[in-house]
Design a protein around this ligand. Sequence first.
Ligand code: ATP
Ligand code: MG
Length: 310
Amino acid sequence: MISVRHVCKAFKQFRAVWDLSFNVPAADVYGFVGPNGAGKTTTMRMMATLLDPDYGDIEIDGISVLDEPETVRRMIGYMPDYIGVYEGVEIQEYLDFFARAYRIYPARRKKLVDEIMEITELTGVRDKDVSVLSKGMRQRLCLAKTLVHDPKVLILDEPAAGLDPRARIELRLLLKELQKLGKTIIISSHILTELADICNSVGFIERGVMLQSGKIDDILAARTGPANQRLRIRVLGDVQAAMVILRSLTGVTGVEFERGLIQFTFAQNEDGNPGLLRELLERNVAVVSLEQESRNLEDIFLKVTQGVIA
Ligand SMILES: Nc1ncnc2c1ncn2[C@@H]1O[C@H](COP(=O)(O)OP(=O)(O)OP(=O)(O)O)[C@@H](O)[C@H]1O
Ligand SMILES: [Mg+2]
């Protein structure tokens, strides 16, 4: 649905984005991850037709941002990282204003604004002045604004920034709902844990270059191989002794101790775990917990960026 092809963007001599290519398939929720200054906002602004690439092109559902920016604008909802709202305007007026701007007929408009306030849980505060909204409500209002013209594609630049944990959970649920409605969503963040639960695809950008992009499951499988698991155990007693015993077991490699846990790769699928546990217990290793490193984006990220970040 979103196809970024060899995009370059420089500001004077500075290369903000360099030969960037990636795809976001339809109905995916794609996490666009990278540290401050990596080029996320720059890329998203180019997707939203607010900035032209110096080289390369971006297509939204097959339509080029360079050739047909007007068409693209009708297909996308863009939520910028910094949002200006007007004073002396109520939430419902604010949304109605954007519905007018998108030339939605008066007969349809009221119902639409009501529906959008419902889905973004703003109905209860519809008469509130937008200038007095809390950060969380303001973020929801901005998301609501991007939905007015029912776009296929949502481009959300750090929508969870500054939200409290509860508001983050609510945002996550809202994004899941939108995904169910068939929207394709790209969402940027530098907080990985925030994305792990909602995204099924992810791209890691660093200094304007894409390090890895694809389905989270595929990236994990490529890393460990299909019949390989990365496991973590916590043991009581002598950790060093436990690590020596682990290393002696068949199929166990890459044993490390980190954050109070012994981590290792086990060359069997999870059917092999009971046998592994039995062997450890028989050798008097007091295992108190065993977990799989599953959709842990932080772990993937560290692996992908290993040696890249100085
Ligand atoms: N209009 C501009 N003029 C000059 N430099 C710019 C401009 N816009 C962005 N840059 C530079 O391009 C680089 C990428 O910026 P960008 O805002 O895309 O990063 P980001 O990944 O969104 O970072 P953050 O996580 O902080 O939002 C930065 O070094 C930034 O200073
Ligand atoms: Mg940014």
